[in-house]
Design a protein around this ligand. Structure first.
Ligand code: HEC
Length: 122
C-alpha cells in the first residue's frame, strides 16, 4: 500500500513538472510571435496561413520543409545575411530561443517536432 502511494505521488510530481514546462514553452512561443511580428512580418507570412507581403520571402510555416528550424539559431544570434535583401541585426539568445520555439509551433512539415500550441493571432 505504501509503495502504491509513493508511486502515485511520484506520478503527480512528474505531471506537475511537465505542465510547468509546457507553460514556459507556451510563454516563449507567445514572445517569439511578438518578436517576429515586430521584426519580420513586413515581408514574411508569420502565421499558420496567409501569404508573405514580400512575394519572394518564404512563409515562416514552410521553413522546416527546407531545414530544421533550429538551424536558424546561429544565423539569428549572429545576425543573418541572406542575399542583398536580408540584413538582420544579431539578437539576444533569449529572443532567438523564443523565435525558434514559436516557429516550431507553426511548421506545416510532416516531420513531428517539439510543439506548443500556436498563440492566437492578434
Ligand atoms: C525587408 C523584408 C524582410 C524582412 C523584414 C525579413 N525578411 Fe527574411 N527574407 C526576405 C526575403 C526577400 C527572403 C528570400 C531571400 C532569398 O531567398 O534570397 C527572406 C528569406 C528568409 C529566410 C529563408 C532563408 C533560407 O535560406 O531559406 C529566413 C529563415 C528568413 N528570411 C528569416 C527572417 C526573420 C527571422 C526575420 C525577422 C527577424 C526576417 N526574415 C525579416 C525578406 C525579409
Amino acid at each position: 500500500m505504501r509503495k502504491i502511494a509513493s508511486i502515485l505521488i511520484a506520478a503527480v510530481a512528474l505531471g506537475g513538472a511537465a505542465s510547468a514546462n509546457d507553460a514556459v514553452t507556451q510563454a516563449e512561443a507567445v514572445r517569439g510571435r511578438a518578436l517576429v511580428e515586430a521584426n519580420c512580418s513586413s515581408c514574411h507570412a508569420i502565421g499558420v496561413r496567409g501569404d508573405s507581403p514580400a512575394r519572394n520571402a518564404p512563409a515562416f510555416r514552410t521553413i522546416s520543409q527546407t531545414y530544421p528550424v533550429a538551424h536558424l539559431e546561429e544565423a539569428l544570434a549572429e545576425g543573418m545575411s541572406i542575399g542583398a535583401e536580408h540584413e538582420l541585426a544579431a539578437m539576444a539568445p533569449r529572443d532567438v530561443n523564443a523565435i525558434v520555439v514559436y516557429l516550431e509551433t507553426i511548421q506545416t512539415s510532416a516531420t513531428p517536432q517539439r510543439r506548443a500550441t500556436p498563440p492566437a493571432i492578434g
